[in-house]
Design a protein around this ligand. Sequence first.
Ligand code: ZN
Length: 294
Amino acid sequence: MDNDKHFNLIINIMIGLLVAAIIILLDHLAINIKSQPSDYNWQDSTESASAQKENAINDGMKKIEPGETTFLPILNFHHIGTAPQHADKISKSFYLEPKKFEALLKSLMDNGYHAVFASEAVSYLQTMQIPENKIMVITFDDGNEDFYTNAWPILQKYQVKSSMYIMTGVRGEDWLTEEQIKELDKFGLVEFGSHTVWHPKLTKATSEEIDSELANSKEFLEKLLNKQVNILAYPFGLYNEEIKNKTKSAGYISGLTFDQDAWQNPDDLFALTRISVYPELNVVKFLDELRNGK
Ligand SMILES: [Zn+2]
């Protein structure tokens, strides 16, 4: 055998080994792929369905044109629980029975709504890109204890994200404790924001009071959670131009109010509108009307 032939033989053997290795590798992959479905239980396939849904949301983005508003419902709740019997009509409107809350979440999901954090919604508005799929934000104000006992088990059951706005100065048995806030934050399904320290009407407060309410509540939550807190829900939804400017100067990226509307203006992140959910409101129908009414 001369050197050239010897060389060719070695090359052929090497190619042969390489092809064999590729076949073994492909076969192995095929076995793995084939064996996967039978390994899946229903929970895994639910997870994979929700992962697909997540991908679909990440993939399908649409542009928000400059100067246009965009449909992005931000729902607001106060109490999930049974209203005290002696409560007046207005106070009762802030309570939603847990069963009703669960039915509402289910019907929103059945109608294609996917909950995102308020911070995610703000980031869509900042970048002028929003998922094509229907998204919504579920917010709670005040930090009532019944969030932990009644709302949280339901939100956790359906893995629904929510955003909670805390009055950082108010403590006691009716309110979330610092431990509960930290525990909820660690779980990753609840995002916390500020609802000021003492829940004043900011439009009636002095300039100094506004500054300290905005700064101290932010600082309190940031220290407690060791992360940035940069969305504010105005107490009673009350704000004006001065309050908007001060909120921005205090380091917030957005301020939430109420206007029973779901169309958001990306040029006005310090006046994002929320829909206050009361027991008689047919939320899905109302959202459909708002969506089509434009
Ligand atoms: Zn409030």
